[in-house]
Design a protein around this ligand. Structure first.
Ligand SMILES: Nc1ncnc2c1ncn2[C@@H]1O[C@H](COP(=O)(O)OP(=O)(O)OP(=O)(O)O)[C@@H](O)[C@H]1O
Length: 344
């Protein structure tokens, strides 16, 4: 069994009438990068602040590396938690060099032992120690912030939307490099983000948060392929949700009889199809009319209307064939679909 490094049990935190955390249970294994993913206002920042110690929890227990940090009248203050935070804007000390920023939390022995150079190399900034923060790009500053967080080998690193100020290409580059640096150093980390792509591509595990609760926690593939409910399905990716009737291991839908992924209760249900599961061909399958096609470079999203009026979106690789509005196509579904029983 994997060893738990971070554990939250029944954590609540309210601001007046607003329950920002409405009973959060969460486990992060040693060496794991967990992303907390959720829409604006769901409580991500509050969760992070409770882990860092900037907020007191109302109830529940926070344990990191076997030490109770919060709960049952315990509140270990932030500076005694050894929990490192990488903020959105890096927040480097402007008057200190890169090396001094990174070495800030280290004792003299660790500095002399080459830890500063080691973590700078991990984040791809070998040889940058003598620069001042203003001589770095935004992306490099964030790399330094990650190196500074890693330097004292804290039991937990918190990353608060660390790439939100960067442009798309830089963000993609930093995701890969920061993930690699965290893993190479064996760090346990919690990344807070509202960006689905960021969570799915970077994290070992994704905790999806909604209205102060963790509604699903699993690997990126589990959360994407097998979302706990239609809301999660729509939040972690594009979702085609269709009405259906479940009959044994088949869902009867406007796109015909589709095999189910996993067991589902019989009766009225909603089925989830990912847009990339839909295949378009000149003929065959269910007849549909093209409403619109949005070109995205490597792929295209095609909005379709079925004969019964159902509207759905297919994601297709760009094969150089544009489908004009009004074109007739046949739609088939590749692979099994997930069904959610309608609440009685
Ligand atoms: N200091 C505060 N005082 C009052 N209400 C607060 C305070 N901090 C957060 N809240 C409320 O608690 C809820 C959760 O806020 P939180 O900032 O944790 O969400 P979030 O998921 O981080 O959102 P975002 O992605 O927009 O930063 C929101 O309804 C917010 O308005």
């Amino acid at each position: 069994m994997t060893e738990s490094m971070v554990n939250l049990a029944g954590v609540t935190k309210s601001y007046g009438p607003v329950a920002a955390l409405a009973g959060v249970d969460l486990d992060v294994a040693r060496g794991e990068l967990l992303a907390v993913l959720g829409p604006s206002g769901c409580g991500k920042t509050t969760l992070l602040r409770c882990l860092a110690g900037f907020e007191r929890v109302d109830s529940g227990v926070v344990t990191v590396a076997g030490q109770r940090l919060a709960g049952d009248r315990v509140h270990v203050p932030p500076h005694r938690r050894r929990v490192a935070v990488v903020p959105q804007d890096g927040a480097l000390f402007p008057h200190l060099s890169v090396a001094d920023n990174v070495g800030y939390g280290l004792d003299r022995a660790a500095r002399r032992g080459g830890r500063v150079e080691e973590v700078l190399a991990l984040v791809g900034l070998d040889g940058y120690g003598g620069r001042m923060p203003h001589q770095l790009s935004g992306g490099q500053q964030q790399r330094v912030a990650v190196a500074r967080a890693l330097a004292p080998r804290p039991p937990l690193v918190l990353l608060d939307e660390p790439f939100s100020a960067l442009d798309a290409q830089l963000r993609a580059e930093l995701r890969v490099d920061v993930r690699r640096a965290l893993h190479a150093d064996g760090a346990t980390a919690v990344l807070v983000t509202h960006d689905q792509g960021e969570a799915l591509s970077m994290a070992d595990a994704v905790a999806v948060m909604h209205a102060g609760r963790i509604v699903q926690c699993g690997t990126p593939a589990e959360v994407y392929r097998n979302p706990a409910d239609p809301w999660v399905a729509g939040f972690v990716g594009d979702a085609v949700l269709l009405p259906a009737t479940v009959d044994a291991d088949v869902a009867v839908t406007p796109l015909g009889r589709l095999p189910l992924r996993g067991p589902a209760a019989g009766g009225i249900a909603t089925v989830l199809i990912r847009p990339e599961q839909l295949r378009l061909a000149p003929t065959g399958g269910s007849a549909a009319t093209v409403v619109r096609q949005d070109f995205h470079g490597h792929d295209a999203l095609t909005t379709l209307r079925l004969a019964d009026g159902t509207v759905l979106t297919a994601r297709t690789l760009d094969e150089g064939v544009a489908l004009p509005a009004g074109a007739q196509v046949g739609v088939t579904v590749r692979g099994p679909v997930r069904a959610y029983a309608e609440p009685a």
